[in-house]
Unconditional design. Sequence first.
Length: 518
Amino acid sequence: MPSANEATVDSPSTAPLANGTFCPQSQRRFVLVAAILASALGFIDGSILAIAMPALRTSLGASLAEAQWISNGYALTLSALILAGGAAGDRFGLRRAFVTGIALFIAASLACALAPSAGVLIAFRAIQGIGAAIMVPGSLAIIAKAYPKKERGRAIGIWAAASALTTALGPVLGGFVLSTFGNGVWRAIFAINLPLGLISIYLLLAKVPADRPTEMRSLDLGGAALATLAFGSLAYGLTAMNAEGAAMAGPAIIAGAILLFVFIFYERRQREPMIDLGLFRIGAFAGANLATFFLYFALSANLFYLPMLLIAGWGLSSAEVGFIFLPLSASIALLSGPVGQWSDRIGPRLPISAGSFVVAIAFAGLALLTHAGIHHFWTGTFPLMALMGLGMALVVSPLSTAIMTSVEDKDTGAASGINNAVSRIGGLIAVAAMGSLAAFVYSRAIGSASGIPGFGEPTTGLAAGIDALRVAASDSAFAAVASVTTLLCLLSSVIAWFTVPGQASPWPRPVTDIESRN
């Protein structure tokens, strides 16, 4: 067996080296660069798409329901399959699975960039989500497997810092490009994934040796299919509640609920289930996940629908609106370390509860601001989004601690994966349900007036009186979304206070997976 210094790409090692990793020291930097680039793929799509949505709707003539599914087509397959995607890395080897996920993601991204209609775009966004379900868990896992324990913290820190920088600057740069080059440039958001992904694949295949599969785990494809059908039916029903297919909303929601129970029954009978439902018997774990669902429901709804209000409703430029994402990623990047240390001393209960309460205050402020018809971005909306970023910075690291320390050491990987999926499912349901609420309130506000476009749909050339009615209706629609999400954040705060342990943890604080929240 070759030593660490003797291992080469031409003769890749598939057995652990003396230092406990599969990758020689001279080649680990290529793993890190590839993981950072792959992470950037998801960040660029996730954060910029909300800003680009008004331009995308204008270009493709997409309705509000189609706009919801352009987001949810991706979120559905990613949230339903991410646990199976993580298991694929264990079964087939992390490098092989990671490369497969990246390749599928960039192929679907290219198809999205060329999509001639909203329906085609939705279909390829779903395929993109399948690729992401394999790629996202592989990004951090391959770093952990390539670096020995004494170097792993520094490598993950570099990855996290680069990820935070991408998340912070992506929407700002994307908004600037959209404002400068016009609506059609939204396609470049997907096209940029091609060169980034190809560089990642090249580095992984040409510069990094193959790793040996760690265990022959079952992928539980039956569970993944049931989860996709269940959450897809629920999301379809919630989206259709105020759309043309409203008659199908009730049956779809009922079917989704039934399929969800079938999924639970199926998982309980599997020898190697996708989700270990037994973990939910632990009160602290169940409570932290319920708090996660409500908090990320609220966050996803506001980050998706606020740009629609600001760009299509208030007429702000994409460049200006791009800045609303900056406080979130900057606060998490700068404060997660200090907040994590504070949480280690006093326990995660207070930071999570206080952070959720601060986010609730921010969303309540947005509801009051828009309901009053005050259109001040830099003196109103942006400071409130900065306050939201502060609240989330208080939550992210302690929530990770609460999840990881609520279970036995052998279950920490499963616990982290479940919490990751829960946060994404919260976003999926939020975009579906809050879109129907916004459309309903908007329709009620405009009454019988004709010639007014739908909520979040850009328009020009309307008479002054009609346009004023449209803006007021848009304000009311978003205020309803912000009000509901304020209550959910308060509920998250209360749940965390009564279920998350208040004492300091006896275990070292785990590194926060920043990517799992984007």
